[in-house]
Design a protein around this ligand. Structure first.
Ligand code: DAH
Length: 347
């Protein structure tokens, strides 16, 4: 093969490569170009292989020709690749650009039904001059039971399935329980503030219960206490009536009957008349147990350092979780703690 034919091949390859490079419009196409013109099987390499058929003199002439072509192709490929990478990056940056000063529509959250009802209850009671107290969920056995006139051997301890955290000490002030009711705040508030006192204490309580539609091991209660001179059951009835009417926005019928709780004497259960629509859409009604209450037992007052010949008081306790279910028509308690967005979004 004559030297001139190789020189020609080099020239036409140069033109081919130029054209191919010009028409490569993406990084992918550039890769195809590189395999074709720069890879081991490229025609440039094929020309290199042919050099062995030429004399040393001819090689001296042809070698630099081919080398130059190879370097040119390599360089223009790299330059174009660099440009394209930069262009693609710029394009991406342009697309990803966000205006941080622009206001984007956000979804506003809402209050959990328990928090909502708690706020309503708190508003009703603060309007009647009550303060709001908070206490620990991990409580001494003494404050949860003994001080409320429920001594260790008392069967009433079995009325509430308790989570004991530590036991074995004879001194019940040294044992801890997850409080089974908010009645521990009767003791804490009276000890802290003395008499006279009007206080409510909303909070979380714990019982070792099997879960179903109306029972959970964790739920919310509200405790209420009024201690003053001359306090009677009439005051209790009045306070509860005001509370129910305000919460439900209409007159609520209630029924008071005797009930037993060791920390009150006499003890009462208060039921409310609950109207609802049945499956046929007809209004039905039934009595629902709503709260426990009563006149504070002299032993409880004594345990808090209050003179029961001078002061009397009433106490009541009801389920805030239950109240939320009634007010918002929630049929399954588990919905309240499921974290289901679709459920919570309704409030
Ligand atoms: N602590 C009681 C319970 O959890 C409820 C209760 C009943 C509270 C009577 C009271 C009361 O203050 O007087 O079942």
């Amino acid at each position: 093969m004559p030297v001139s034919s190789i020189a020609q091949q080099v020239q036409s390859l140069r033109e081919d490569a130029q054209k191919a490079l010009e028409s490569a419009n993406s990084l992918e196409e550039l890769n195809v170009f590189s395999t074709k013109f720069i890879g081991k099987k490229s025609p440039i390499q094929a020309i290199f292989k042919e050099l062995k058929n030429f004399s040393a003199e001819e090689k001296k002439e042809l070698g630099p020709l081919i080398n130059t072509l190879r370097d040119e192709v390599q360089l223009s490929f790299e330059t174009k690749k660099e440009q394209m990478t930069q262009a693609e990056l710029n394009e991406k940056l342009k697309q990803d650009w966000i205006d941080v000063t622009k206001e984007y529509p956000t979804k506003q959250g809402s209050q959990h039904p328990i928090s909502r009802i708690q706020k309503i209850v708190e508003d009703v009671f603060t309007s009647m001059g009550f303060m709001i107290a908070d206490g620990p969920e991990l409580e001494t056995e003494w404050n949860n039971f003994d001080a409320l006139n429920i001594p260790p051997t008392h069967p009433a301890r079995d009325m509430q399935d308790t989570f004991f955290v530590s036991t074995g000490e004879v001194d019940t002030n040294k044992n801890s329980v997850l409080r089974t009711h908010t009645s521990n705040l009767q003791i804490r508030s009276l000890k802290e503030h003395g008499a006279p006192l009007r206080v409510i204490a909303p909070g979380r309580v714990f019982r070792n219960e099997a879960l179903d539609a109306t029972h959970d091991a964790i739920f919310y209660q509200v405790e209420g206490v009024v201690v003053d001179k001359g306090i009677s059951l009439a005051h209790l009835k009045g306070v509860i009536e005001v509370m129910l009417n305000k919460i439900f926005g209409k007159k609520i019928k209630m029924r008071i009957r005797p009930g037993y709780f060791p920390f009150v004497e006499p003890g009462l259960e208060i039921d409310i008349w609950w109207e609802y629509k049945d499956k046929k859409g007809e209004t039905q009604g039934k009595w629902l147990e709503f709260m426990g209450a009563g006149m504070m037992h002299p032993n409880v007052l004594k345990n808090c350092g209050i003179d029961s010949t001078e002061y009397s008081g009433f106490a009541f306790g009801f389920g805030l979780t239950r109240l939320a279910m009634m007010k918002y028509g929630i049929e399954d308690i588990r919905l309240l703690f499921d974290q289901k967005k679709e459920f919570l979004e309704q409030f």
